[in-house]
Design a protein around this ligand. Structure first.
Ligand code: SF4
Length: 331
């Protein structure tokens, strides 16, 4: 296991709300202790996941493998472990990181295998606690060797106002407008970036494939509010949903929606046809979407080449800086 549950771990049942609606299912919630908050990551230098598991329950989620580390015997989306000590652990991890940091600032990516703003965050507030720890850590002056003084010299303790950037880069990825609750803390973290996953501009589509997450229109509205508040934003168009988001009109509609929400940078990734993702997708997909996915799996190179060209053309036409899935992704 990555972390042991505390001896007094608590099992709770919650009715999860998404978009103000109570879901028809309940999820199992367990409070656990983590040994470290930051883990090495292939996405950034370090990943921070305040939860294990995710009640957004997206049918295509590649993180469902995390079930191996927190065996609940329930399907993905129906269980969550809350790392109740994650903020305290993060404080210690950041002290170590700062002492070791050399060269360019290390990056912490929040939500690589969960969503830090899933519905339980309204109750447990562990993500907010982590952001408060980060805000304190990036705004306090570096410890320096103080000269021997008979009295403390307060000027030595003042933050370096000329420092243009923080010693730490922080990036958050979410599907939830709950991130707006923490605008005040985000504004205390220099250079913080918030990415919003947008897979469609159609709420009916997001509800079908991302049943526990806020609908697409609320995510787009959140992007607008973040941008208006001076927070750097980007949109993660991932995965490109077969049939719903891969045609020229659909791609253009999604990219137009994010541009109109104040986004200038997008990252686009394909649907990764892992067996578990395909199986869950096909259970809820419309007949057209199921057919398109089967065509993609049958001829991935043809499908992905066409998609790549479609996205590149639409992004360029809308003046968006786009990072597309790898040229080798289809091989
Ligand atoms: S929000 Fe992200 S981590 Fe959560 S279920 Fe959806 S894809 Fe998985």
């Amino acid at each position: 296991m990555l972390y042991p549950p505390p001896a007094a771990s608590v099992r709770l049942r919650y009715a999860v709300t998404a978009g103000g609606e109570v879901r028809g299912t309940q999820i199992m919630v367990r409070k656990v202790l983590c040994k470290s908050a930051l883990v090495k990551s292939g996405i950034a230098d370090h990943a921070l996941n305040p939860y294990t598991g995710c009640a957004h329950g997206c049918v295509y989620c590649y993180a469902s493998f995390m079930g191996r580390f927190a065996p609940h015997g329930r399907p993905w989306g129906r269980w969550v472990d809350v790392k109740v000590n994650v903020a305290d652990t993060l404080r210690r991890d950041l002290q170590h990181l700062r002492r070791r940091a050399k060269g360019s600032p290390p990056e912490v990516f929040i939500s690589s295998v969960t969503d830090a703003y899933q519905p339980l965050e309204r109750t447990f507030r562990v993500t907010r606690a982590c952001l408060e720890v980060i805000a304190t850590a990036v705004n306090e002056p570096a410890q320096q060797a103080l000269p021997l003084l008979t009295r403390p010299d307060a000027s030595l303790l003042e933050p370096d106002a000329s420092r243009p950037n923080s010693w730490l880069r922080v990036s958050i990825l979410t599907k939830s407008d709950l991130v707006l609750r923490d605008l005040d803390v985000l504004q205390d973290i220099p250079g913080v970036e918030v990415g919003m996953t947008i897979t469609t501009a159609d709420d009916a589509v997001s509800k079908r494939y991302e049943p526990g997450a806020p609908p697409a229109t609320r995510r787009l509205a959140a992007l607008r509010r973040l941008a208006d508040a001076g927070i750097s934003t980007w949109a993660f168009i991932s995965p490109v949903l077969p049939y719903h988001a891969d045609s020229r009109p659909a791609v253009r509609s999604i990219l137009t929606a994010v541009r109109d929400a104040g986004v200038v940078r997008v990252m686009v990734d394909r649907f990764n046809p892992y067996p578990a993702s395909v199986s869950r997708f096909l259970k809820v997909a419309s007949a057209e979407a199921a057919e398109t996915l089967r065509e993609y799996i049958a001829s991935p190179r043809e499908y992905l080449d066409r998609l790549r060209a479609t996205v590149a053309e639409a992004a360029a036409g809308l003046g968006l800086a786009a990072k597309l899935f790898s040229e080798t992704a289809s091989s």
